[in-house]
Design a protein around this ligand. Structure first.
Ligand SMILES: [Fe+2]
Length: 254
């Protein structure tokens, strides 16, 4: 039971929130406030208006754009559920630290030591999930694949011997990652390197610039490929967005 004071406070807060709500939600709220079960909907409204400094970026293409290599249902769940959950949990983690909410997720991940210890693990996992996936969507495109051109090709040849060698090494790192994680092409200083990361750890947190990342969490492939991670890795090369990766390389090198 709510006390009269709590009821007045809740109604006042809800009125303020109501003024900023989209019309569809506002209409629902208006309807429910006339019934005898007003408390739960109002609480939901109050929860939904809590500060959400980090936002889920839209998928830059349709769910089925990467078919047949990555299926539409996997993309939908991966983006709309998994990535969305990382964003929601990151917002929860920083809820009591408004200054952290003013930082970009990139800046958060670059300096985890600046994050209070109490929420550091949550930010590392949820912020890493948000940052890594935000990049991952852009690292793929419809009719992608093939090989990079220009300066990135030269750098890959110089560092790994050939594109084939590089592809083999990144695939091996992805296949060999025990459990959930990623395989990355990174810039470490002026040098290109391949390295895996566990869970949602991002190379950014160890001072490197991620150029290309391959998500080998089962949620990235299990619906279509089940336990066959190697088949997913082989297929994934067909959707790599080399334009985006080359752009990142040029910026990192500058
Ligand atoms: Fe993922």
């Amino acid at each position: 039971m709510m006390t009269r004071r709590q009821a007045i406070k809740t109604t006042a807060l809800a009125s303020a929130a109501f003024a900023t709500l989209p019309s569809a939600i506002a209409q629902t709220t208006a309807t429910t406030t006339t019934s005898s079960t007003t408390i739960a909907p109002l609480e939901q409204v109050l929860v939904s208006t809590a500060p959400q400094p980090f936002k889920l970026p839209p998928l830059p293409y349709a769910y089925d754009a990467l078919e047949p290599h990555i299926d539409a249902r996997t993309m939908e769940i991966h983006h709309d559920k998994h990535h969305a959950t990382y964003v929601a949990n990151l917002n929860k983690a920083v809820a009591d630290y408004p200054d952290l909410g003013k930082k970009s997720v990139e800046d958060l991940m670059k300096d985890l030591n600046a994050v209070p210890e109490k929420i550091r693990t949550a930010v590392r996992n949820q912020g890493g999930g948000h940052y890594n996936h935000s990049l991952f969507w852009q690292m793929m495109k419809k009719d992608g694949g093939g090989e990079p051109t220009g300066n990135l090709t030269k750098a890959i040849d110089a560092n790994f011997g050939s594109f084939g060698e590089f592809k083999g090494s990144l695939s091996k790192a992805a296949l060999g990652q025990f459990g959930s994680g990623w395989a990355w092409l990174v810039m470490d200083g002026k040098q290109l390197k391949i390295e895996p990361s566990a869970n949602q750890d991002t190379p950014l947190s160890s001072g490197k610039t991620p150029l290309l990342g391959l998500d080998v969490w089962e949620h990235a492939y299990y619906l279509k490929y089940q336990n066959k991670r190697a088949d997913y890795i082989t297929a994934w090369w067909n959707v790599v967005n080399w334009d985006f990766v080359s752009e990142r390389y040029a910026k990192a090198k500058a």
